[in-house]
Write a protein that binds this ligand. Structure first.
Ligand code: FAD
Length: 291
């Protein structure tokens, strides 16, 4: 059962931020409602005010520029990202992810900021955007701040959002030469969340040596986890099967997965090993192939 609440619908971002400032401790933001309504129905979230930002078209945009990179507005839907020619050209990994994220109905209505702000560590976008060195812009009536997405996640379904802040934008640095990102999730039901997901970015140099790397895990702990010891194994080395095995082992050791009805902790670590090897190889080979 959903408890009674007062429904507020701001017409502009400015109005929305002033509503957040007025109702600080008693509101919940709703955008597509795809995740929020589930937890409200379960009685896990009870609120006095529901502030509906879905109609804020000023936050629905995708832009790219060679200096600033990619900007995605908060109310942009998954489906808009999935079908964006610009994103397909510059960040094909994001389109590939969207095609396997939820169902088309959820993608049509659910938004990028809703996905990230929900704080579910089994999400697909957060690890991939962290692998892409993404940032998140947060605004309140007091002003705006932009932080690395990696720092946005602070605990189980917890984020760095202050009570009067709204996610307004996601930012990704310009696509770089000799650099590629790959993501894969293992799930039991197609269109469902990851049992384990692994995102990997590899930046190579002209000799095909790994110059920089990121490995980020989904559903391997209470937040997306950056497997930094796995990354270190790769930097300065040439691609080889033994190297990938070593990096994958380090990533599996760094993870903190649980056992639940979907998979045991041991099986999740096994999946991390398998997917890390595959994703690092895929990103590395793509980085060299695309140049
Ligand atoms: C059946 C199903 C399958 C799914 N499968 C996947 C999957 O495979 N992979 C995956 O990654 N995700 C999956 N999801 C999650 C889905 O991506 C999210 O439900 C959706 O993106 C949430 O967006 P929304 O706009 O509906 O957010 P809402 O449900 O409206 O909000 C979600 C949370 O974010 C907060 N919020 C929303 N917008 C903002 C904002 N701008 N600023 C601050 N806080 C905000 C809300 O207060 C709430 O806490 C699935 C969901 C469903 C229902």
């Amino acid at each position: 059962m959903i408890h009674d609440f007062t429904y507020l619908k701001p017409g502009t971002l400015r109005e929305a931020l002033s509503m957040l400032a007025d109702h600080k401790d008693e509101y919940k933001i709703i955008c597509g409602g795809q995740s929020l309504l589930i937890v409200m129905r379960q009685g896990l979230v009870v609120t006095d005010y529901l502030i509906d930002i879905k109609g804020l078209n000023e936050l629905s945009y995708i832009t790219y520029d060679e200096r600033e990179g990619l900007r995605i507005g908060a109310t942009t839907t998954h489906r808009t990202v999935e079908t964006s020619e610009l994103i397909k050209q510059k960040y094909p990994v994001l389109v590939a992810i969207e095609k396997r994220l939820a169902s088309i109905q959820v993608r049509n209505w659910g938004t990028i900021a809703g996905n990230l702000a929900h704080g579910d560590s089994s999400g697909d976008l957060a690890p991939t955007l962290i692998a892409l060195d993404g940032k998140i812009k947060l605004s309140s009536a007091r002003g705006s701040r932009t932080i690395p997405l990696e720092e946005f996640y602070t605990g189980l379904f917890e984020t760095a959002l202050n009570k009067d802040e709204l996610v307004v934008e996601v930012q990704v640095p310009p696509a770089r030469l000799l650099t590629a990102t790959a993501y894969k999730k293992f799930n039991l039901i197609e269109s469902d969340q990851a049992v384990i997901g692994v995102a990997a970015t590899v930046a190579a140099d002209r000799n095909s040596t790994c110059r920089d790397a990121r490995i980020v895990l989904s559903n391997a702990g209470v937040t997306p986890i950056r497997a930094k010891s796995g990354e270190k194994v790769l930097i300065g080395k040439k691609l080889s099967d033994a190297l990938l095995t070593e990096a994958a082992e380090a990533a599996a050791n760094e993870a903190d997965p649980v056992s639940d009805i979907h998979a045991s902790e041991e099986y999740r670590r096994h999946l991390i090993r398998v997917l890390t090897k595959r994703m690092v190889r895929q990103a590395w080979e793509e980085a060299i192939r695309l140049g």
